[in-house]
Design a protein around this ligand. Structure first.
Ligand code: ADP
Ligand code: ZN
Ligand code: ZN
Length: 732
């Protein structure tokens, strides 16, 4: 006799704002995956719960195809967090859940940890004296590296041992000195266990304050300049959390999840940590996720989406560089991992540490209102002092290929002393404009309202907005003249100029183009660390996470970009960026110097930078926000639309506005007028946006909930691609 089927609500990844009911004869728990028929397809959904009744008659309900998990793959707290996020960001729950799962789980695969292949020395191998391999240096290096690695080395680690790793490994195997084994987590990178430095008084009181609050929700804003020892504070707090048998979740921006950081954590705790970032393959990601959720990884270190990783017993959350823009997902489910992390800590009743040298104004305001506890680390550790900041007034200095004379002299001085320099330029390629000097024509992208960037090594004009590629026009299409030239500098051009000015210098360029190949960035960073480079030129890839002790000069080439930007956050971002880049200079015992080339040396932002005065800048910026009514003094939501048809996006937004007004949102909710996006056409689509502003959160969200559901159903919405962005980070 079979039991009567029960009705379950299932979240399915569709853009619809609702769950779906299915029948099942087996008992299912919330958070378990099921395969279900959906339209003409089969999909993987997640059970939300059992319901007594469906809105549909029982005869129309379909049965699940099969259950996929015996237990909850998303435990109740995570499922509840995802529901909260779907509500807050007004995004369909099915898609939110989908985003939170590793790809393999989305596809219905089993949550198993895949094996990691490692290589170890055999008995015979251990007995070999490396000196006997003097004539085969690659084999000798590998033998030594393996001898030092008690847990073996995986392919990636082996590849770093020498250029000829593959051949050396083959040779050692054929001699029977090396064999492979399966492990369920990557081996801890070998090396000496560095002793933890003795904390300075500031760090000590920071750790004490946080550790005193381990048993409840408590948000801390840890403000400390680069090199002030924030990471050391995290490590000490985590040590205490692990001692309680609990886990730590550490979030870092995409760009700063460097191998050095992972190694620093691993060596400190002698524990395999679960690393989650976009560079992993599907199985690696799944393995890390499973080890985290089973409680087998004491520390989970990851980028944005790791905030949704289930842990068995979370004890603390750390969000490093909390101001970083990469915490905000910019498409699909547009959440802020930092904000979700704070909500997660509140729900799980644990402390959270938001760390930054330049906290976001949102977090700073929370700290000033004592919603967050502010902890300051005002000084750099040890003997390191803050770098001296000098402004180079470009109204009077004539740059040559973007480099002013004082900057070139400073570079020459560092070369002479054998110290390293960094030049920062937020623009890749050779030059941002390819122009006819006879008639003023500039090469445009055919699909965007933007100019093409010249990439000289590739001999192509590229669009940095849509990726389009064109041949470099040698004849002006407007006046038929041949007087075409590049205007302005990108990193590629500056690299060339440096080679010309300093032929003896070793130069490394670090930007998206020069590091596209897998492993290229690591190799470049290694050369910098080992003193095989004199000058680094690069984009903001340089600004974070790297610690270059021998860098004593930082030059900022085009600081003014952003001073008067269209986004209300431009100057905040500029300040953060320059502080971060400056933080690379003079970290150890050598004092550093920062030279900023600017056409606006009187701007108050620079005065604050020269004094390393974050609070002075914040005061100025917060006042500006208060006067203009922007966040953190208001809450925003942005409805965006785009369409290949000119005018269609604006038309949609007009209709959406009419609908919004009819919903008569609560007091204080303002619906502004639709506007074309600052760069209206991108990749052949015309884009527009409608801003909703409110001084209170609750009425805003009540209104948004109704509005977005009606928009999803409305006929006029079908003509465009649209999305709602709650707390938008960028206003384009
Ligand atoms: P942040 O995260 O603020 O940039 P880190 O924690 O990375 O700072 O510290 C910067 C450098 O100073 C690191 O090399 C670290 O090992 C070292 N350091 C941190 N705290 C101390 C300390 N109390 N004594 C000596 N060195 C320290
Ligand atoms: Zn011309
Ligand atoms: Zn384009």
């Amino acid at each position: 006799m079979s039991a009567a089927p029960r009705i379950y609500q299932v979240a399915v990844p569709t853009p619809l704002y609702r769950a779906f009911d299915y029948l099942a004869t087996v008992s299912l728990v919330p958070g378990a995956r099921v395969q279900v028929p959906f339209g003409r397809r089969e999909m993987i959904g997640v059970v939300l719960g059992e319901v007594a009744q469906s809105e549909l008659p029982a005869s129309r309900l379909k049965a699940i195809t099969q259950p996929l998990d015996a237990g909850a793959i998303l435990p109740p707290p995570i499922l509840a967090l995802l529901r909260w996020a779907a509500d807050y960001y007004h995004h369909p729950l099915g898609e939110v859940i989908h985003t939170a799962l590793p790809v393999r789980l989305r596809k219905g695969r089993a949550p198993v940890v895949g094996g990691v292949k490692v290589w170890m020395l055999t008995h015979e191998g251990k007995a070999v004296d490396p000196q006997t391999l003097k004539r085969a240096p690659a084999q000798k290096h590998m033998l030594e590296a393996l001898a030092a690695a008690a847990e073996g080395l995986n392919a990636e680690q082996l590849a770093k041992v020498s250029q000829r790793s593959a051949a050396a490994l083959k040779a050692l195997r054929s001699k029977g000195w090396v064999s492979s084994h399966q492990r369920d987590s990557p081996p801890v990178t070998n090396g000496n266990l560095p002793s933890a430095p003795e904390l300075n008084p500031g760090q000590k009181s920071a750790v004490t304050a946080i550790v005193a609050k381990l048993d409840g929700f408590h948000p801390f804003l840890l403000h400390g300049v680069t090199g002030s020892g924030k990471t050391e504070v995290y490590l000490n707090v985590i040590e205490q959390v692990l001692a309680q048998g609990r886990q730590a979740l550490v979030l870092v921006p995409e760009i700063s999840l460097t191998p050095q950081l992972v190694v620093r954590f691993e060596r400190r705790f002698r524990a395999p940590i679960a690393v989650l970032h976009s560079g992993l393959n599907e199985q690696e990601r799944l393995s890390a996720w499973v080890r985290a959720s089973a409680g087998r990884a004491p520390i989970v270190l990851g980028t944005r989406s790791a905030v949704f990783t289930p842990l068995k017993n979370t004890g603390v959350i750390v969000v490093d560089e909390e101001h970083d823009a990469s915490y905000k997902q910019q498409d699909g489910f547009r959440y802020s991992a930092r904000d979700v992390a704070v909500m997660r800590a509140a729900r799980e009743k644990i402390p959270i540490i938001l760390g930054s040298a330049t906290p976001s104004l949102e977090s700073l305001k929370n700290a000033r209102q004592r919603t967050y506890t502010l902890i300051e680390l005002p000084e750099r550790t040890g003997s390191a002092v803050m770098p001296q900041v000098r402004l180079l007034d470009m109204r009077r200095l004539k740059p040559s290929e973007g480099l002013s004379l004082p900057l070139r002299e400073a570079l020459a001085d560092r070369l002479k002393k054998g110290e390293q320099s960094i030049l920062f330029l937020n623009r890749r390629g050779f030059s941002p404009v390819w122009m006819c000097f006879d008639c003023g024509w500039v090469a445009p992208c055919k699909r965007c309202d933007a100019q093409l960037t010249l990439h000289q090594k590739k001999q192509k004009l590229l669009c940095h907005h849509c990726g389009a590629e064109q041949e470099v026009a040698q004849r002006c299409p407007s006046c038929r003249g041949e007087n075409l030239h590049p205007l302005g500098e990108g990193t590629e051009r500056v690299e060339g100029a440096l080679e010309k000015f300093f032929p003896q210098a070793r130069i490394e360029r670090i930007d998206r183009d020069s590091t596209a190949r897998r492993g290229a960035l690591e190799e470049k960073l290694r050369r910098v660390h080992e003193g095989e480079a004199d000058i680094l030129v690069g984009t903001q890839m340089l600004s974070k996470g790297h610690d270059f002790p021998n860098v004593t000069l930082v030059g900022i080439l085009n600081a003014d970009q952003g001073l008067y930007g269209t986004d209300f956050r431009s100057s905040e971002r500029l300040f953060q960026l320059i502080m971060q880049v400056s933080g690379r200079a003079g970290r150890a015992d050598k004092p550093g110097e920062v030279l900023i080339q600017t056409w606006h040396p009187d701007h108050p932002l620079f005065a604050a930078l020269q004094r390393h005065d974050f609070h002075g800048f914040a005061e100025f910026a917060l006042n500006e926000r208060r006067e203009t009514g922007y966040p953190p003094y208001s809450h925003l939501a942005l409805l965006r639309a785009e369409s290949p048809t000119p005018g269609a996006a604006l038309e949609f937004l007009q209709e959406a506005r009419t609908l919004a007004v009819r919903l008569s949102p609560g007091e204080g909710v303002q619906i502004l007028q639709p506007m074309a996006a600052p760069m209206e056409r991108r990749a052949g689509r015309y884009r527009a946006q409608l801003l909703v502003q409110s001084n209170q959160r609750a009425p805003l969200h009540e209104f948004l909930g109704q509005w977005v559901r009606q928009l999803a159903e409305a006929k006029f919405s079908k003509k465009v691609r649209w999305s709602l962005d709650v707390d938008p980070a960028e206003m384009y």
